[in-house]
Ligand binder design. Sequence first.
Ligand code: BDP
Length: 675
Amino acid sequence: MKHLIVTLLFISLCPLSVFAGNGHELWLRYVGVGKAEVSVNKKGETLKISKTELLNFWQGGKVKLQVKRSNAHPDSYTITGNTTSGIVITSPSEQGVLYGTYHLLRLQSTNSVDGELNITEAPSYDLRILNHWDNLDRTVERGYAGHSIWMWDELPEKISPRYHEYARANASIGINATVLNNVNATPQVLSHSMLEKVKVIADELRPYHVKVFLSINFSSPAELGKLPTSDPLNKQVAEWWQKKADEIYKLIPDFGGFLVKANSEGLPGPQDFGRTHADGANMLADALKPHGGIVMWRAFVYNPSKEDRAKQAYNEFMPLDGKFRDNVIIQVKNGPIDFQPREPFNPLFGGMQKTAVMPELQITQEYLGFSNHLVFLASMWHEFLTSDTYCSGEGSTVAKTTDGSLFPHSVGSAIAGVANIGEDENWTGHHFAQANWYSFGRLAWDATLTPDEIADEWIRQTFGNSEELVKPVKKLMLESYETLVSYMMPLGLHHIFAWNHHYGPEPWTAIEGARPDWLPSYYHNADSVGLGFDRTETGSDAVVQYFSPLKEIFNNISTCPEKFILWFHHVNWTYKMKNGRTMWNELCYQYDSGVKDMRELQKIWDSCESYVDAERFRQVQSLLKIQMRDAVWWKDACLLYFQTFSKMPIPYDIERPIHELDDLKKIKLDLKHHN
Ligand code: BDP
């Protein structure tokens, strides 16, 4: 009984802790009632939010919030003072004060409010944007957390409380924009009735300074406007877009602009009319320009052709460098193929210098175990952002080529993340997938943060500050990415999934008449000699797209980093790796270490049982079992299949396969569940 009373008391004191176990509060699990006195120097919706958050949750005394004009970045802020004499948050803008407010609350939640504060922060990227791949029927392409949070059927009349919660979560990590709908966009999204719904969402997100964008379909003038063509150089077409832009901005004065997937995977685009990507992007940019909107034009283009798929985006876009309007940004996926577990960076980073380029990361785990696998993506993104392109000598990291430091563009800098958010109670399906949403926001704000720093603050806010918990969970998170790469696609292997889903291993898939570049053998090239894609000078010559000395480093099998060796080389089964093993043996040991490390990660999580609420503990525990089984499945499938080419034994000191290849080949996933 005593226990019950204490619990009830606790719950009534901490309204946000009622759902302690379901994860709905994300990292915003502020406990206790605020004891603050908060003053503001201005009126404003956003400032009011800052004030309320602090009144509700800040335990440390006086806080002064001030918007003060300056030449600093509009989103920047300073936090000074201490809990005795009071704290001052200053920014040139209301949103900057809001970011400072969440920073202060983060310090509180992570037990880091210490002595005199003297913090100055400014974002790495101006535009920190989520891309939802949400369809208007509320299905989510590559979404693994339930249906879309956008309730189009109920809008504009009914407003889900989720919009406001979503805006708050994003603002708390500095995300300041969102594309509401799928890049595979239907023209209907621009119909007037849809725009009225979009307006309501925009109104809900605005106080948190989250700007709304839409993905558009390039054929909209013909399909929605009933024009005879959607040719970007046709006057009527350009006028149609201008009118559409006027209509949008009348409803949403601060609308951000368009995201465009054109001439990609069967979608329409300017090339249907013999025009270039620049013609298409510029026409849209001209329509948005008077309203201050921008175009994010995607470089994810490839066609079945003799040319290596990894080279195609670069070949298509490099000749257009400098030909885009100043309110166009080219949105480029981190790797040259497609969000694989590990890819080298796309050479358009550093390559395109006269046009603004923004990275597109995939937060949703399309190729990394959906919402079943625990993988901390800050590790992958850190590797990507700190990769040296050498485009302006040593130290020209991908981050520097895109954040405006090497190539400033008037449109500003931007970074996008494909959202992993759905209507699941915990937003992301897996509790640890919340950490990937969190990491995207934090890295977009500060691209120099390390995975260790991000994991540390996320764990403390999400699970608590006990060192007995923080230490092991951090280890689990920091090792998860390498573990996944090892059991799925080590040494630079890529795209060895079935062609119609991206979950389990199917390196053997052969479908008559299928596009070769959608089949695994296109990528792994297993034969009696070896394994891997020859992208050297004497192969597809993809290496030529990189700057020296990287080009030479990748081109030479003895200097190519082994994590990419099968990406750039067709390697003999008996090739001697740096550790003296044959390539075949190393492949086996890599898969085996993935499986072994997974077993360790399971143990680590179990050891945390007494520090985590039962609900979250059990859910993660049961997903780790699935992940463990999947790891063995990947290892057995890939080793047994590649062994039919290498004809070499699996080293005797590693775990024996527990499946038969023929049985594995019979597994056909229920796509309704997985896709
Ligand atoms: C691929 C996805 C597909 C997306 C496409 C894209 O499988 O669903 O539409 O990328 O990014 O990875 O456009």
